[in-house]
Design a protein around this ligand. Sequence first.
Ligand SMILES: C[S@@+](CC[C@H](N)C(=O)[O-])C[C@H]1O[C@@H](n2cnc3c(N)ncnc32)[C@H](O)[C@@H]1O
Length: 306
Amino acid sequence: MAPEESAEAESLLPSFERRFLAARTLRSFPWQSLEEKLRDSSGPELLLNILQKTVKHPLCVKHPPSVRYARCFLSELIRKPSGDSVTLSESTAIISHGTTGLVTWDAALYLAEWAIENPAAFAHRTVLELGSGAGLTGLAICKTCCPSTYVFSDCHSCVLEQLRGNILLNGLSLEPDTTAPERHPGHNAHDAESPRVTVAQLDWDVVTAPELAAFRPDVIIAADVLYCPETVISLVRVLQRLSACLKDQQAPDAYIAFTVRSPETCWLFTSELGQAGIPWEAVPHHNQKLFPYEEHSDMAILKLML
Ligand SMILES: C[S@@+](CC[C@H](N)C(=O)[O-])C[C@H]1O[C@@H](n2cnc3c(N)ncnc32)[C@H](O)[C@@H]1O
């Protein structure tokens, strides 16, 4: 930064710091000045300084504001340089209507961060997400990684309803409900800039191999779907069926993200993968932490060779 830019940027920092530590309404922050500054100066450096003065401030680390406040603040901050954000309607309870899928789980945030750092894994490809829940990971991928087609899926009707709402809330248009996007004509008129987005009701316990093959996926992803032995076993079964879905002679890539809550569940997952003949490797931790999730929780992404 030039010296005069640096002086102006410095005057922004105390404004952000004071307002954030006082948990002032987000409207009161000097966003307009920040945007102007970002247009003509070194964005990443300024944003890092703002992070240090707000969410990473020692006082804030010791006495954090509500997760919701921090999340909204960061969403707004992230939107400034990229011009983009993800808006979600979620439940306030971690389990409601008998499902865990109405809130965003930490592994969804972790996988979204990894995807944002690795867009080539998704660019111009068909992505099938299993157990999409509220849809954060998929929305982040649709907005930043240029997939050609994105299929959100889940088994629970309330989750699917909320998911459709969240997709529309984020300005993406939704193709008709489908179990096989490639079967539908009319895709030719599609705007090549944005992905074809569909939502499929897909239950791992009942979906058949031909139904899965009809999605023609290049990439499979799932976040936080290893929370009990039954789901682990169902998931591995569906992954095994997906391994037979060859496209141009190739099985899809698969990335499964999870919070390591119990070593037994992880062990069960890797041993079920072993029995199903699915090799895997751990994806190295990424550098950029964009979202506020539990700092100390142990997150992992496994890449599966289906
Ligand atoms: C803990 S939530 C995770 C949601 C989202 N991926 C996230 O990380 O925020 C688990 C999701 O898996 C879905 N799910 C569980 N069992 C399933 C099954 N047999 N078939 C399809 N989806 C399933 C649930 O409906 C729920 O949306």
